[in-house]
Ligand binder design. Sequence first.
Ligand SMILES: Cc1cc2nc3c(=O)[nH]c(=O)nc-3n(C[C@H](O)[C@H](O)[C@H](O)COP(=O)(O)O)c2cc1C
Length: 137
Amino acid sequence: MTYPLERVVYRSDAVAPAEGPIDLSAIFATSVRNNARSRLTGALALHDGVFVQVLEGEPAALSALMDMITADDRHRNVRVLARWPIQSQLFLGSAMVQTDTRSLSHYAAKVVVQTGSGAQVTGVLAELASARLTSLI
Ligand SMILES: Cc1cc2nc3c(=O)[nH]c(=O)nc-3n(C[C@H](O)[C@H](O)[C@H](O)COP(=O)(O)O)c2cc1C
């Protein structure tokens, strides 16, 4: 049996706390715990003060999470680039991949933080995720 799946991609502006840098590990710990429970998968990048996240899974779970994320004061100005039905989860097996954007070319970084569509951002983050997962083998 198939059930509907969707992917959503957004960008937002990180809000750094007064006392120092953003605690990414706290965001990832929460994300991995909650997303695994809701069978959501995805990837998150922080580059030049901009968060970019791809989330995939069952539509109701995605919408509930997007409401939580949008209300989170660790970032602001959340803008959804795209949301569309998918056949299968690209980040299957990864509740939330922490991508390392330092290896990106200037062009690819610009696609991620500024110019890219939801589908383009998904492509770049999927590349980064597979590089990361391969390096762990
Ligand atoms: C950029 C960003 C991405 C986030 N991504 C997720 C996520 O994928 N899954 C998740 O559960 N929470 C995510 N959060 C945290 C949520 O906004 C919220 O704090 C969390 O879901 C609350 O979960 P809790 O009630 O278990 O603490 C993210 C927060 C930020 C700032």
